[in-house]
Design a protein around this ligand. Structure first.
Ligand code: RB5
Length: 145
């Protein structure tokens, strides 16, 4: 299951991503926001991260104006590896090498076509493990220090 969240800066794009996931038959959960009114992105980021750390969802997608605030907030949550991406190579490689579990993007940065490619590259790519696992473990060590 994929969990989605946004603030007002990412509201329109998140709705397009939801349509895209529906077309692909991907199960999803939306943690808001549910209107285009202004909201504080850290609250949405935490709600989404809780879905992942509790085991309800495997991966998450957060959209704000730039993707940056969401990624900063999400990366403060233990067990979350959030990557802010605006190119498909990074969206794919952050799954393969970093085992990222949250994709962040900017609704004011990427257009809808590119955004759907970012989503597909992220959610349909597996972590490679091996030497990358050792490195990801070292990130976890920092988190636990
Ligand atoms: C909200 O105006 C904007 O600051 C937010 O969407 C995001 O871009 C923060 O990083």
């Amino acid at each position: 299951m994929i969990v989605l969240g946004c603030d007002h800066g990412g509201f329109e794009l998140k709705n397009l991503i939801i349509e895209h996931l529906k077309e692909k038959g991907v199960e999803y959960k939306d943690v808001g926001c549910f209107t285009p009114e202004s909201v504080d992105y850290p609250e949405i980021a935490v709600a989404l991260c809780n879905e992942i750390t509790s085991g309800n969802a495997e991966l998450g997608i957060l959209v704000c104006g730039t993707g940056i605030g969401m990624s900063m907030a999400a990366n403060k949550v233990k067990g979350i590896r959030a990557a802010c991406c605006s190119d498909t190579f990074s969206a794919r490689l952050t799954r393969m090498h970093n085992n990222a579990n949250v994709l962040c993007m900017g609704g004011r940065v990427v257009g809808p076509g590119l955004a759907m490619d970012l989503v597909d590259n992220f959610i349909f790519t597996e972590f490679e493990g091996g030497r990358h696992q050792r490195r990801v473990d070292k990130i976890t060590e920092i988190e636990n220090a």
